[in-house]
Write a protein that binds this ligand. Structure first.
Ligand code: DGL
Length: 266
């Protein structure tokens, strides 16, 4: 596909970023690549994550994408810096949205959910140094696997979340950060444990950043008609089906903003 933006994830999670990106950049072409064969990345050793990330990035670079958006906090934490030093196209990463969450915090706690790798890498430690007051890092054990297998809306997902949240149910929780792109597909289930608590997933900020970078580099498309989206996976065709379902709003994706929803103010 000509003139496309590549969006990358270990699996289907980055579809949550793709959905935001398409709302901000409706006329762009996108190639979404999920390394479903190797997901989840989060529990793997750091070196292995870097190797897998490099191979997944190559799959997109080989198709001549004009920019890369890492729709994955884990890949960003493990590989973004190195990647930026070797490619000559814009690379947009994601990190857990601790900053906006810290701005709404009162006297309670902020639950920062992410993968084991994201929580243990330096980048997160830096964020904690800046915005970490009252923040409890929380590994989303088993959640990526549930989303990858199309079970975001299941009773198993509810039970997995219940186990993760159990120690905090009686506490004053002021905000929740979804620091993994798979977790927005569990948003409705997460909300049911903490009704009314603001949730930050960083999607709109990242999509806006992507748009800004493309504009700065003169890379925005001149097309005035809607772009195309191609879904690709290192796994089987069932993942392409799941990607399309999540993109369209099924399998838990229905709680995410839709293509024609109004955009929030920048
Ligand atoms: N979706 C990815 C993220 O944002 C990670 C999922 C995984 O563990 O592979 O961190």
């Amino acid at each position: 596909m000509r003139d496309a933006i590549g969006i990358l994830d270990s699996g289907v999670g980055g579809i949550s970023l793709l959905r935001s990106a398409v709302r901000y950049l409706p006329n762009e072409n996108f190639i979404f690549y999920g390394d479903n064969r190797n997901a989840p990345y989060g529990p793997r050793p750091f070196d292995e994550i870097r190797e897998l990330s490099a191979a997944a990035v190559d799959a997109l670079l080989n198709q001549g994408v004009k920019a890369l958006a890492l729709g994955c906090n884990t890949i960003t934490a493990a590989y973004a810096e190195q990647l930026r030093s070797i490619v000559h196209i814009p690379v947009i990463g994601m990190e857990p949205a601790l900053k906006p969450a810290s701005q709404v915090r009162k006297n309670g706690i902020v639950l920062a959910m992410a993968t084991r790798a994201t929580l243990s890498l330096d980048r997160f430690a830096r964020l904690m140094g800046l915005y970490g007051e009252g923040v409890i890092p929380l590994e989303g054990v088993g959640l990526v696997e549930l989303v990858e297998s199309g079970r975001a809306d299941s009773a198993e997902a509810h039970d997995a979340l219940a186990a993760i949240f159990a120690p905090y149910l009686g506490e004053q929780v002021d905000a929740i950060v979804l620091g993994c792109t798979h977790y927005p597909f569990l948003r409705r289930q997460i909300e049911s444990f903490f009704p009314g608590v603001p949730i930050f997933d960083g999607m709109d900020g990242t999509a806006q950043q992507l748009k800004r970078r493309l504009a700065e580099e003169g890379l925005l498309t001149k097309r005035t008609t809607p772009g195309e989206i191609e879904f690709q996976s290192s796994g089987g065709p069932e993942y392409i089906e799941l990607m399309k379902r999540l993109f369209a709003g099924g399998a838990g994706g229905h709680v995410l903003p839709r293509r024609d929803d109004e955009l929030p103010a920048p």
